[in-house]
Design a protein around this ligand. Structure first.
Ligand SMILES: NC(=O)C1=CN([C@@H]2O[C@H](COP(=O)(O)OP(=O)(O)OC[C@H]3O[C@@H](n4cnc5c(N)ncnc54)[C@H](OP(=O)(O)O)[C@@H]3O)[C@@H](O)[C@H]2O)C=CC1
Ligand SMILES: O=C(O)C1=N[C@H](C(=O)O)C[C@H](O)C1
Length: 271
């Protein structure tokens, strides 16, 4: 098969720069161009220079429509509004769209599901192998322990992160809720402040920490009477997310349109 031409949306961002380097060094794919919003100071820049690997001859642009017509797929770690707009274009072009962006509203999620009728979308709040394995373990533990064990999810990220709880925390919350066979929306306690009253039975709680340069840390705590089980993942580099996203793009190539997850890519859906 020919080399997969991949564009990177959010090419000048923390993940975008990491993705340029990982795509460039991965066999079977190449960096075909990048996207940043109109007015970005990075428009026209060589993506390799931004990524710290020297010139690669692929540049950052703002013309998403023109770009999708000449690529096989796009890897997108941007902001929800940009991802939803780009999904309309990847649907029109019927190409692969790997979505790492987090912080979507319910309305955004519905639009992405609609786009997935024509685009081949792989979307996950965390593209790393470790977190997706952790989610599978959380589902099993939540199914095994009854409601006497309270579930709390704690996360810490760098000071620049703009959404909370993190996409990963929500993914882990979904896994816990699936294990308990309950809807997460009805049981999630996303913030606590003031006189909250006692913890509701069956709640899945979230705690958010932000500071410094932390790449991403998550713990799922099962707290029972006189014993506590904690399952944790610590990301030490953004490379793990970028490698997962590239794996997803290569996996999705040639597949039918639909909305898939990293668990599908990694074969963990029935774990
Ligand atoms: N699923 C996963 O495994 C992971 C997900 N993430 C998620 O990825 C997203 C990005 O994270 P991070 O790289 O740290 O954030 P950054 O802010 O560093 O990067 C986002 C980039 O997207 C750009 N952007 C904004 N709007 C558009 C647009 N319309 N078109 C093209 N580019 C646009 C921004 O430009 P500007 O700054 O000029 O607005 C910025 O360069 C977040 O939602 C984060 O939670 C992060 C790591 C792993
Ligand atoms: O914004 C980040 O940095 C990260 N975002 C993702 C999330 O919201 O969970 C994944 C990772 O933890 C890093």
């Amino acid at each position: 098969m020919s080399v997969m031409k991949l564009a990177i949306a959010g090419a000048a961002g923390r993940m975008g720069r990491t993705l340029t380097r990982i795509v460039h060094e991965t066999e079977g794919c190449e960096v075909a161009g990048g996207l940043e919003p109109p007015g970005s100071p990075h428009l026209g820049a060589d993506m390799g220079v931004l990524a710290g690997i020297g010139e690669i001859g692929a540049t950052v642009g703002e013309d998403a429509l023109g770009l999708v017509s000449r690529i096989d797929g796009v890897i997108d770690f941007t902001v929800p509004a940009a991802t939803v707009a780009l999904a309309e274009l990847t649907a029109q072009a019927r190409i692969v769209h790997v979505i790492g962006t987090t912080g979507f509203s319910a309305d955004d999620e519905a639009k992405l599901r609609a786009a997935a009728r024509h685009a081949t979308i792989v979307k996950s709040g965390n593209m790393s192998l470790g977190v997706n394995l952790l989610a599978a373990l959380v589902r099993k533990v939540a199914a095994t322990l009854d409601e006497d064990f309270d579930i709390e999810i704690a996360e810490m990220h760098h000071r620049h992160k703009v959404d909370a709880p993190s996409g990963t925390a929500l993914l882990l919350g979904e896994a816990a809720a699936e294990g308990r066979d309950i809807p997460l929306e009805a049981h999630a306690v996303r913030t606590r402040d003031g006189h909250t009253g006692p913890r509701p039975d069956g709640a899945i709680g979230f705690a958010t920490l932000r500071g410094g340069s932390v790449v991403g840390e998550h713990s799922v705590i099962f707290a029972g009477e006189a014993e506590r089980l904690e399952l944790s993942h610590k990301a030490e580099s953004r490379d793990i997310f970028a490698r997962g996203a590239v794996k997803a793009a290569l996996w999705a190539r040639g597949r039918k349109p639909g909305l898939m997850s990293m668990a599908d890519v990694l074969g963990l859906a029935d774990f």
